[in-house]
Design a protein around this ligand. Structure first.
Ligand code: MGD
Ligand code: MGD
Ligand code: SF4
Ligand code: MO
Length: 578
């Protein structure tokens, strides 16, 4: 029997799946276009935890739930922390937060992902309404700016294959190799590039004056701000030539342009300002509110959907979390010991917690440290529904098969709610609630009601409907030492899930040999990895993929200045032979 569901992973694409004769297959129509990525094609080959454990001993699920109840009773309410990630992107995953919030426990806020960029977008536009895939498909020129679609967003590729492509990335990614124009920018200089582009747009009088007068009337002041930079010094510093600036402006002139950004541009403490400046370039081109034009980032996947869950609680930072302030830590759908920044600090802090619970699918650093391990059911065996951060579909995810191990988030929450006297509706009622936010389209897919494919047609969501530009700049310091750490997504893993990378990738000109063991250090910590040579990487950068064991020993727990987001690429690193 065919059953339709969706990939649960934290990914732009949110693919639709047909479960056919016990096999995961792609839906042929719609944005999934008949293909899935390697993670889902091989999903069933990856092993999942099947037995709950307490202090290393296997126990039954009933015993595990009892232990969990005892741990919660053993702690004061404000000594309990629910630390949840997006290992599964289903909307029902928040049902556990409903329990913890209603019980009086602490939740987290901030982001390990796109929070800085989102804060910059909200600062400028008043909201984060995304340019969906369906609109990118109508554009003529696509600027891929700090996103790596062959790895993280493969369903974008068929949509843009016949368009003019410009890529801005310190790494010569696969799409960079076939692009019409590739700028191998120095990392962390996109803010300066966006300001330079804006400045030359004005010099060449190519900005959309009529649009700016209506929706961004401070554009002259912003132009003045861009004039505070010295052109030659700035371009030398960011490693972009005047010719390349001219080429970009020439390619996009009078075209429908989609600027497609990823998290790469904003893994810095000033990540919000970077996105706000890229947005401002889009505004000066008049890209908002027009078909086939705009700036795409990671949109708010919950836009236009009200949560039925109680999520009001005391919240602590997800980035520099003081775990030792808590007696019971409930980790769900994330692997903080690998994926949070500043791993040495995180390990030290979490080790001081009396009761550590890990609720997930697979073994990793966090399950190894946990006292109580509770296996979750995978998406195939539970009911959910999901949305995406790059398109407007809402996809039902009913259970498509049975399995006799693990527990769903709903069943675990139902157990806790009934034991601690907290109101919980039936699973069906919650899923129906989410379904009430959908509207059917022609090709038997559902969309989130009220989301606009072309947002900001009548101006922005700021108080006066006008775009807000950056008002001042930290004077750039044209000094540089150490290597830039690039830590992007791998095609082998989904952050720390599936097959994890093990190496550091270096340009051959640095003189290291393939297979050599090196020590990479920052002011935060160090990691030892074997070298792989790759000349697609600039010689002032080193690349260690997200999910590589130890990479976050190098990263800082100082959050972004705005958006409470991790800044994985802020720290410079050194390399030495072991
Ligand atoms: N296969 C796979 N797919 C995934 C994931 C995964 O782990 N594996 N993770 C998912 C998640 S959680 C997310 S958030 C998305 C993110 O997906 P992407 O936004 O594509 O994220 P990254 O790979 O981190 O970075 C994208 C690009 O930014 C470049 N970059 C790094 N620093 C800079 C810089 O300073 N400036 C510029 N211009 N570019 C820079 C990198 O070289 C990289 O090519 O992917 C999702 N999809
Ligand atoms: N150095 C560096 N660090 C990074 C990044 C980077 O680019 N570089 N990227 C950051 C980004 S963008 C992100 S989003 C984070 C991601 O980091 P995490 O949120 O830790 O994501 P994963 O490593 O994919 O781990 C997901 C976990 O969810 C569990 N899981 C999967 N499905 C389910 C389910 O249905 N139920 C339950 N209960 N659990 C489930 C899996 O077993 C796994 O333990 O990492 C961040 N960390
Ligand atoms: S491309 Fe993304 S959404 Fe599609 S199957 Fe792979 S991980 Fe899932
Ligand atoms: Mo992410």
């Amino acid at each position: 029997m065919n059953k339709n569901t969706a990939c649960p992973l934290d990914c732009f694409d949110a693919c639709e799946i047909v479960y056919l004769n016990d096999k995961i297959t792609p839906k042929k129509s719609g944005h999934t276009k008949g293909f899935l990525c390697a993670h889902l094609n091989h999903y069933k080959n990856f092993s999942h935890i099947t037995k709950p454990r307490y202090n290393g001993e296997e126990i039954t699920m009933d015993e595990a739930l009892l232990k969990l109840k005892e741990m919660l009773r053993d702690s004061k309410k404000d000594e309990i922390l629910h630390y949840k990630g997006n290992g599964n992107f289903g909307l029902m995953q928040d049902v556990t937060s409903h329990f913890f919030a209603s019980y009086g426990a602490t939740l987290t806020d901030g982001s390990l992902c796109d929070g800085a960029g989102e804060a910059g977008i909200i600062e400028g536009r008043g909201s984060n309404k995304n340019m969906p895939l369906s609109e990118i498909s109508k554009s003529e020129v696509v600027i891929i700016w700090g996103r790596n679609p062959h790895v993280s967003n493969s369903h974008l590729l068929p949509i843009i294959k016949d368009k003019k492509i410009i890529v801005i990335d310190p790494i010569k990614t696969k799409i960079a190799k076939s692009a019409d124009l590739y700028i191998q920018i120095k990392p962390h200089s996109d803010l300066l590039l966006a300001l330079m582009l804006n400045r030359f747009l004005h010099i060449y009088m190519s900005y959309d004056e009529e649009y700016l007068k209506s929706f961004a009337s401070e554009y002259e002041d912003y132009y003045e701000l861009t004039q505070s930079l010295r052109i030659k010094d700035t371009l030398d510093f960011i490693d972009v030539t005047l010719g390349q600036i001219g080429d970009i402006l020439e390619i996009i002139k009078d075209k429908k342009v989609a600027i497609v950004c990823g998290v790469g541009v904003q893994k810095y403490r000033d990540g919000a300002e970077v996105m706000q400046a890229i947005d401002a370039f889009g505004v000066n081109l008049g890209l908002f509110g027009k078909e086939g034009c705009g700036v795409a980032y990671l949109g708010n996947s919950k836009e236009a959907i009200n949560s039925p869950f109680n999520l009001k609680a005391r919240k602590v930072s997800k980035v520099d979390t003081k775990f030792s302030n808590f007696k019971t830590l409930f980790i769900q759908g994330t692997n903080p010991l690998s994926q949070m920044p500043d791993s040495f600090r995180v390990t030290k802090e979490i080790s001081l917690v009396k009761n550590i619970v890990y609720f997930g699918l697979e073994e990793n650093e966090s399950s190894a440290l946990a006292h109580l391990v509770i296996p979750a059911k995978s998406f195939l065996y539970k009911n959910d529904i999901r949305t995406s951060y790059s398109h407007n579909a809402i996809i039902d995810m009913p259970s498509v098969a049975e399995c006799d191990y693990g527990i769903s988030e709903y069943d675990l929450s139902a157990y806790l709610c009934s034991n601690f006297d907290i109101k919980l509706k039936s699973e069906v009622e919650y899923i129906e609630h989410f379904k009430s936010f959908r509207a059917e389209s022609e090709n038997d897919s559902w969309y989130v009601k009220g989301r606009e494919d072309v947002p900001y047609k009548n101006g922005f969501d700021t108080d006066d409907g006008e775009f807000i530009f950056l008002e001042d700049l930290d004077k750039p310091k044209y000094v540089d030492n150490g290597f830039h750490l690039i830590t992007s997504k791998s095609h082998k893993s989904q952050n720390s899930q599936f097959t994890r990378e093990k190496n550091v990738y270096l340009n051959s000109s640095l003189g290291f040999k393939e297979g050599e063991l090196v020590k990479i250090s920052s002011s935060n910590g160090y990691v030892k990895l074997k070298v792989k040579i790759n000349d697609d990487i600039r010689n002032d950068c080193i690349l260690i993929y997200s999910g590589t064991k130890g990479v976050n020993a190098l990263t800082t727990s100082h959050a972004s200045f705005s958006g409470k987001s991790a800044a994985y690429q802020e720290e410079k690193v050194e390399i030495s032979r072991c």
